[in-house]
Design a protein around this ligand. Structure first.
Ligand SMILES: [Zn+2]
Length: 175
């Protein structure tokens, strides 16, 4: 199995249950924003429409570049403010790997990530594949845990697809 097939399979498995949101029309995007309590301005629609094309992790710069190339000129401040609002209203998830590596994730379900160190690509891993660690609250102090995100760094090899296919069954069992 070649690497591209492995990548495709991984994405297919992960997004099987979550693919209804993608490839929405601009009207559907406007409706989704309204449902989240956001007034759908044309710029907000453009930004959400771009992010929701597919399951992806993109930076603010990529969004800005895309908008300026495809549509009207949008200011950096507008993109950042819109993204902040989207994060607040759970339209996208914010992934902060470091101060200069911040991504916006169109998959808003609880999940983990795998970072391929060779390509820098980020893959989603369903939360059900990795059991949440037992957090010793005494050691952590008084923390109210909202979510646990695990970042796995490594190199993509074909054996990940094997994990993926057993995951496929795990997902089915849970359905
Ligand atoms: Zn993700």
């Amino acid at each position: 199995m070649n690497k591209q097939t492995v990548e495709r399979k991984l994405q297919e498995i992960v997004h099987k249950k979550n693919n209804m949101k993608y490839k929405l029309s601009k009207r559907e995007v406007a409706e989704l924003l309204r449902e989240k309590g956001i007034h759908p301005t044309s710029q907000r629609i453009e930004i959400a429409h771009f992010i929701y094309q597919k399951p992806q992790h993109i930076s603010a710069e990529e969004i800005l570049n895309h908008l300026n190339k495809e549509y009207e000129k949008v200011s950096q401040a507008t993109v950042y403010n819109t993204l902040r609002l989207f994060v607040e209203k759970n339209v996208v998830k914010e992934l902060i790997f470091s101060s200069d590596r911040i991504y916006y994730d169109s998959n808003t379900t609880n999940h983990h990530h795998f970072l391929d160190l060779e390509t820098g690509k980020i893959y989603d891993i369903p939360a059900c594949l990795i059991p949440a660690p037992e957090l010793n609250k005494k050691e952590l102090g008084n923390i109210e845990v909202e979510e646990i995100n695990i970042l796995i760094k490594g190199r993509l090899k074909s054996n990940i697809a094997e994990i993926g296919s057993s995951n496929n069954e795990a997902l089915r069992e849970r359905n």
